[in-house]
Design a protein around this ligand. Structure first.
Ligand code: AMP
Length: 142
């Protein structure tokens, strides 16, 4: 399967679809997951057009992984979860639903169910509030 420019994350990168953006830099975009598995569920994507981890340049991957670590630290400080899950799925049988490489950062709390499939759409006001909360901590993380 080759990269399909019509995927929703490509549209977000082109500014053709809305997103609750946490941070943008030259090589990556960080934004809130629209159907979060828990409060603070954040996505990190490269700007490079790569459908999955098997098709991304090592330069872009290195950048996105470093950004994922920064986001994990910021989410940890912002939400004080018991655990922080970092997930990345490749191809539909592995659960991938959007075919532009992305890393999930998902705060987890003890005793909470851990679903990994579709949930409900979050309240836009809550998503913006969470984006702002994570942004505040990201400023202080190299
Ligand atoms: P995956 O199953 O790893 O491909 O995850 C795709 C993720 O993208 C899911 O967690 C969805 O909730 C999320 N998602 C889908 N559309 C959007 C969107 N427009 N904005 C933000 N997140 C989205």
């Amino acid at each position: 399967m080759s990269y399909d420019d019509d995927n929703i994350f490509a549209k977000i990168l082109r500014g053709e679809a809305p997103a609750y953006i946490v941070e943008e830099d030259a090589m990556s975009l960080t934004f809130m997951d629209l159907m979060p598995q828990s409060e603070g569920h954040t996505l990190i994507i490269p700007k490079e057009s790569a459908q999955d981890i098997l098709h991304v340049s090592s330069e872009a991957l290195g950048h996105v992984i470093r950004q994922t670590q920064r986001v994990a630290k910021a989410v940890d400080e912002a939400f004080h979860p018991d655990g922080v899950m970092v997930a990345q799925l490749n191809r539909a049988p592995a659960g991938q639903t959007v075919f532009h490489l992305h890393f999930h950062v998902i705060p987890r709390w003890s005793g909470e169910a851990m679903p990994f499939m579709a949930r409900d759409m979050a309240d836009p006001i809550v998503l913006e509030r969470h984006a702002e909360k994570i942004r505040k901590y990201l400023k202080n993380i190299d």
